[in-house]
Write a protein that binds this ligand. Structure first.
Ligand code: PEP
Ligand code: MN
Length: 255
């Protein structure tokens, strides 16, 4: 069994199951608040939302930055949900003082200086697997954080690159079971980025729950067609509600 991390009273790992949901990116106060309220009602206990984005193209929307963090924190206060958001540079660390979980994106999994800097904080870190990285490399990246003194690391499987192109990435669910053998860090699965298609998120989320994930992170948007980032993989609040209900049934069946 993995160890338990405490995020503002929400327990992650050690037999607890955590649903994390929210938009790819914070777009406006109304957008993040509307989504937060609906996913909380469906059973999500942690709100996600990008403010600083590590986008593949420099011409794509890069996120709202500092203002995005401020809107997330405002939403946290209004909904009482802890928040997780991505950091792309250690210079931004002071902006993350009130953020509950700091996410390291797949593209920064081997940004060792960033990992070391996060290791010197007392924040919970959600470390995403790089799209071309092995589990051993993921664990070594986690060690860059823990060896500096911060052992509050959550690992996140979010799909790896294979020859398949129908899906955005290939969700490696064997990593969940393998990581359980290799480490006591909690393991969360992100089926949204792996699938890249909203229609595939539910089956992959259910499979992740069945595989024994300690939590699942899903992208939800109130208007996926007009989302500024990752709209094709976003579930609507109603779709998320349905998936959340089914995930809980799988959990009941396996524990
Ligand atoms: C995200 O969580 O929005 C994200 C960019 O994920 P990844 O780093 O896994 O691509
Ligand atoms: Mn995204």
């Amino acid at each position: 069994m993995s160890k338990v991390l405490d995020v503002n009273g929400i327990k992650i790992g050690g037999g607890n199951f955590t649903l994390i949901a929210g938009p790819c990116t914070v777009e406006s106060e109304e957008q993040i608040l509307t989504i937060a309220q609906s996913v909380r009602e469906s059973g999500a206990s942690i709100l996600r939302g990008g403010a600083f984005k590590g986008r593949t193209s420099p011409y794509d929307f890069q996120g709202m930055g500092r203002e995005g963090i401020e809107l997330l924190l405002k939403t946290k206060e209004a909904t009482d949900m802890p928040v997780v958001t991505e950091i792309v540079s250690k210079e931004h660390l002071p902006l993350f003082d009130d953020v509950d979980i700091i996410q390291v994106g797949a593209r920064n999994m081997q940004n060792f200086e960033l990992l070391r800097a996060l290791g010197r904080t007392d924040k919970v870190i959600l470390l995403k697997r790089g799209m071309s990285n092995t589990l051993r490399e993921l664990l070594m990246s986690a060690e860059y954080i823990t060896s500096e003194g911060n052992d509050k690391v959550i690992l996140c499987e979010r799909g790896i690159r294979t020859f398949e192109s129908y899906t955005r990435f290939t969700l490696d669910l064997s990593s969940v079971a393998a990581l359980k053998e290799l480490t006591d860090l909690p393991v969360v699965v992100d089926p949204s980025h792996a699938a890249g298609r909203a229609s595939l998120v539910e089956p992959m989320a259910l499979a992740a729950a069945a595989a024994g994930a300690d939590g699942i992170m899903i992208e939800v948007h109130n208007d996926p067609k007009n989302a500024l980032c990752d709209g094709a993989q976003a579930l609507t609040p109603d779709q998320f509600d349905e998936v959340a209900r089914k995930i809980m049934k799988i959990r009941e069946a396996i524990v």
